[in-house]
Design a protein around this ligand. Structure first.
Ligand code: BG6
Length: 474
C-alpha cells in the first residue's frame, strides 16, 4: 500500500482558462481577458506589449473559454463519476470584486462560487481553492499599477477576507497564489505586470515579488484568525534542474536556476528571505521594498503545506545554446537527449517527478500536494465520438508510479494529486484549445467554434479505476 487511505485524488482547473462568462452577472475585466490568441500572445504575456493596443477584432480565448460558468454542474458531475475526492479550482477576483477596489463584493459572484462548492460537497468532493491563479482586476492594473503598488496587498486581503468568511464552511484547503515564481517568466499573465522600455524591470519585479510574498503571509495570518483549521499552501512551478554536464560551472548554474524558484517557497515555508537572494539583490543594486512589520509577518505566518506543479525537469548550462533549447512551461531549458518530448516540446520525465518531489521534501520536510501534472496533446475524435488517448494514460501512469515510489521508497508526505487540467481548457501559454490536457473532452476549437459538448475520454475511465483502487492497480 503506497497511497494513504485519505489521499486526495482529483483534478485542477483555473477560472481564467475554463469559466468564460467574462461579462456575466457583474464580473469586471481581468488581465487575462486581454490575452490574445496568436503571435502577439507571448509579447503581451511577457509585459512587452500593451494589451489595450490590440485591434478590436482580436480573439481573446479566455473570455468564453469552455463556459464552465454555465456548465459547472455537468462538469462536477463528471468529476464525481471519476471518483474525485478533490477539485482544485481558482476564483476569479473580478467576479467578486469587479474593479478590485470596491467596498462591497458582488453578491452574484459570491453566490456563483457558493453554488459551485455546494455542488462539490454534494458528491463529497473537497474543494481546493487557488485564491489567485494569475488574474487581477484590470482596473487595479490600469489605475494603481497592480502589484507594483503596495496598495494592491490591501485589495487582495479584502478579497481573501471575503472568501474566508463567506466560504469557511465549505473550503478547508487554500493556495494563496498559483505558481508564484511565474512572475519571473510570464509577468503580465502571472500578475498583470506591464513594462515601459525605460523601466527598471528588475526593480519593479523585485517590488512585485515582495508585495505578493507579504500578501501571501498576511492572507495566511487572516485565514488562521477566521478558522484555525484552514490549511494554507504555497504553490510553485517546480521541476528539478539537472546540470547539462558534470562541469562545475554547469552544476553551479543548475543550483542558481533552482534557487531562482526556491527563493519564493524559502520565504513562504521558512519565513525569511534566504541569504543568497539578499546578496543577489545587493549585487544587482536593487532594493527590497520592506516596510515596518513585513519581516515579522513573513516570519510568523508561514504555510502549512507546499503545493506545486510538475510538467518536466529542466537542464541548466553555463553556456546555453539557443539552438538546443526547449521550453517546458515557459522555463527555458537545454534539451535533454535522454527524454521524449511532447508535441509542444515539453520533455517527459517521470523519474524527474520523483526527483523533484524528493528535492522539495528534503528542503522543507513539510506535507506536499501535487496540484498540477499532465500532458498537453492533440486529441482526435473518432467517427464513433470516442477519444483514445493512450498517450495521456501512459503519461499519468508513469507519473503516478513515480509519486508512489516517492511515498513508498523515500517516505515523503503527499496529501494529494490533482491532474492538470481534468477537463480540456484554454492553454495558458499558447491560448490554444487544441493543447488538451483533460480526461474530459470539450468540443471547442482554437478559433472559438464548437458546441461545448463534454465527452469522457478513454483516460477518464482509466483514472476512475486509479482512484477506485487508490493507485494500487498501475
Ligand atoms: C501552469 C499553469 O503553468 O501550467 C496553468 O498553472 C497552465 O495555468 C499549465 O495551464 C499548463 O500550461 P499550458 O501553457 O500548456 O496551458
Amino acid at each position: 500500500m503506497s497511497f494513504p487511505n485519505n489521499f486526495l485524488w482529483g483534478g485542477a482547473t483555473a477560472a481564467n482558462q475554463t469559466e468564460g462568462a467574462y461579462d456575466v452577472n457583474g464580473r469586471g475585466p481581468s488581465n487575462l481577458d486581454y490575452m490574445p490568441y496568436g503571435d502577439l500572445r507571448f509579447q503581451v504575456g511577457t509585459g512587452n506589449l500593451d494589451p489595450k493596443s490590440l485591434p478590436e477584432d482580436t480573439f481573446f480565448p479566455s473570455r468564453v473559454a469552455i463556459d464552465h460558468y454555465h456548465h459547472y454542474k455537468e462538469d462536477i458531475a463528471l468529476m464525481a463519476q471519476m471518483g474525485f475526492k478533490v477539485y482544485r479550482l481558482s476564483l476569479s477576483w473580478s467576479r467578486i470584486y469587479p474593479k478590485g477596489n470596491e467596498s462591497e463584493p458582488n453578491p452574484l459572484g459570491l453566490d456563483y462560487y457558493l453554488n459551485v462548492f455546494k455542488e462539490c460537497r454534494k458528491y463529497n468532493i473537497e474543494p481546493l481553492v487557488t485564491i489567485n491563479h494569475f488574474d487581477i482586476p484590470m482596473h487595479l492594473v490600469d489605475e494603481y499599477g497592480g502589484w507594483k503598488n503596495r496598495q494592491t496587498i490591501d485589495f487582495y486581503l479584502k478579497f481573501t477576507e471575503t472568501l474566508f468568511n463567506h466560504y469557511k464552511d465549505y473550503v478547508k484547503y487554500w493556495l494563496t497564489f498559483n505558481e508564484i515564481n511565474m512572475v519571473l517568466h510570464f509577468p503580465f499573465v502571472a500578475t498583470g505586470l506591464t513594462f515601459k522600455p525605460e523601466d527598471n524591470r528588475e526593480q519593479i519585479t523585485t517590488d512585485v515579488i515582495h508585495h505578493q510574498l507579504v500578501a501571501s503571509s498576511k492572507a495566511t495570518q487572516l485565514a488562521k484568525k477566521i478558522n484555525p483549521d484552514f490549511q494554507i499552501g504555497c504553490m510553485l512551478a517546480a521541476g528539478s534542474y539537472y546540470a547539462q554536464t558534470p562541469h562545475p560551472e554547469d552544476v553551479w548554474k543548475s543550483i542558481q536556476d533552482s534557487r531562482e524558484s526556491y527563493m519564493f517557497s524559502d520565504v513562504q515555508v521558512r519565513g525569511s528571505y534566504p541569504n543568497y537572494y539578499l546578496k543577489q539583490i545587493e549585487q544587482q543594486h536593487l532594493t527590497l521594498p520592506i516596510k515596518d512589520g513585513d519581516i515579522e509577518v513573513l516570519r510568523d505566518h508561514t504555510v502549512d503545506f507546499i503545493s506545486f506543479s510538475y510538467y518536466s525537469s529542466r537542464v541548466s548550462s553555463a553556456q546555453p545554446d539557443a539552438a538546443n533549447q526547449t521550453e517546458s512551461n515557459i522555463f527555458a531549458s537545454e534539451i535533454n537527449p535522454y527524454l521524449e518530448t511532447s508535441e509542444w516540446g515539453w520533455q517527459i520525465d517521470p523519474l524527474g517527478f520523483q526527483i523533484t518531489i524528493n528535492e522539495i521534501y528534503d528542503r522543507y520536510n513539510k506535507p506536499m500536494f501535487v496540484v498540477e501534472n499532465g500532458l498537453g496533446a492533440v486529441d482526435n475524435l473518432t467517427e464513433d465520438g470516442e477519444i483514445h488517448d493512450d498517450y495521456r494514460i501512459e503519461y499519468h501512469k508513469e507519473h503516478i508510479k513515480a509519486m508512489s515510489d516517492a511515498i513508498t521508497l523515500d517516505g515523503v508526505e503527499l496529501i494529494g494529486y490533482t491532474s492538470w487540467a481534468c477537463i480540456d481548457s484554454i492553454s495558458n501559454g499558447t491560448g490554444e484549445m487544441a493543447k488538451r490536457y483533460g480526461f474530459i473532452y470539450v468540443d471547442r476549437d482554437n478559433s472559438g467554434k464548437g458546441t461545448f459538448r463534454r465527452i469522457p475520454k478513454k483516460s477518464f475511465y482509466w483514472y476512475q479505476e486509479v482512484i477506485k483502487h487508490n493507485g494500487e492497480n498501475l
